[in-house]
Design a protein around this ligand. Structure first.
Ligand code: MEV
Length: 319
């Protein structure tokens, strides 16, 4: 099978500001490059049209027959429309090492990998010189796919995955890559509880409708933490992030998106020497992130596993 196009996209973590970002507050997010979605394109049989084969999901989708809200088909369709391309006889195969429904953006990364692979294949198969999709274009296409399942996502996930660098994000504004004065290490623990973002975002929406003033005040306090974190990161004082992570986690508990398992992981990480810990992403499951140093990394990873984490990866934020 000859490969005619390839595309890749990393996972992501929200460092600070999830949920409040849906309500216009800023968030900080970073790519996690140890995990990724990868797509390859090959020629398919003549007349077969475009198919997408998602190995990990065990799903094969014929783009022309799939329902409008199928995310794999939607990523392919939107890309063809964006590139002004009639349906080719291609087969896209996509694989991902990003845990599904864990808050690491697996769905958005799969979409981004498919979009990039199709653009790459268009380059090799058609005489359009140097066609490449800008991060902005990839981000906008992924956002369209995300909307099918998430209702009204803020756009932070597609942005950080498409830009592949840490971003300060405010809904509706161009993303700002942010300065990292000194790199820092995170342990990312998967609680093993699949928790679709759509559900927690919907619950927060209903709670906000019931008590708007209370929730707006919580979101303002999260926004202040995001600004303080951005300054600490830029000033090369990542140690200060620990306390800010703990405070952000406490506010997410008040918002109602933590759960006993995430709280237990946070407690275990702190007891093992992490400088701070918080849930990351939609909550109620998914990931917990803990700030670790060279000496605390191993004990924190061990403690997180003992406290029930399905898997733990460590990642460096910044060069
Ligand atoms: C999910 O990664 C982040 C949330 O803030 C949802 C969103 O921004 O759309 C929970």
């Amino acid at each position: 099978m000859m490969i005619i196009g390839k595309g890749r996209a990393p996972g992501k973590v929200i460092l600070f500001g999830e949920h409040a970002v849906v309500y216009g507050r800023p968030a900080l997010a970073a790519p996690v490059t140890q995990v990724a979605a990868e797509a390859v394109v090959a020629q398919g049989p003549r007349g077969a049209g475009l198919t997408v084969w998602a190995e990990d999901l065990g799903r094969q989708v014929a783009v022309r027959d799939a329902s409008p809200d199928d995310p794999l088909a939607a990523a392919a369709r939107l890309t063809l429309a964006h590139l002004g391309l009639a349906e080719p006889d291609w087969r896209v195969t996509v694989r991902s090492t990003i845990p599904i429904a864990s808050g690491m953006g697996s769905g958005a990364a799969v979409s981004a990998a498919i979009i990039r692979a199709l653009a790459d294949a268009t380059n090799t198969q058609y005489p359009i010189p140097h066609l490449s999709l800008s991060p902005d274009a990839v981000s906008a296409l992924v956002y369209e796919v995300e909307k099918l399942h998430h209702g009204a996502p803020s756009g932070v996930d597609n942005t950080v995955i498409a830009y592949e660098q840490p971003v300060y994000f405010v809904r509706g504004q161009p993303p700002q890559p942010f300065a990292i004065g000194r790199p820092f290490m995170l342990a990312i623990a998967d609680s093993g509880i699949a928790s679709p973002t759509r559900i927690t975002v919907g619950e927060v929406r209903r709670a906000w409708e019931q008590a708007p003033a209370r929730f707006e005040a919580l979101f303002d306090r999260i926004a202040a933490i995001v600004e303080a974190a951005r300054s600490a990161i830029a000033a090369g004082e990542p140690e200060d992030l620990g306390a800010l992570m703990d405070q952000n986690h406490a506010l997410l508990q008040e918002i109602g998106v933590s759960c006993a398992e995430l709280d237990a992981l946070a407690t275990a990480a702190r007891a093992a020497g992490a400088l701070g810990a918080k849930l990351s992403g939609g909550g109620r499951g998914g990931n917990l992130i803990a700030l670790v140093g060279p000496k605390t990394m191993d004990p924190v990873v061990t403690a997180l596993r003992k406290a029930g984490a399905l898997s733990v990866i460590t990642t460096q934020v910044g060069a």
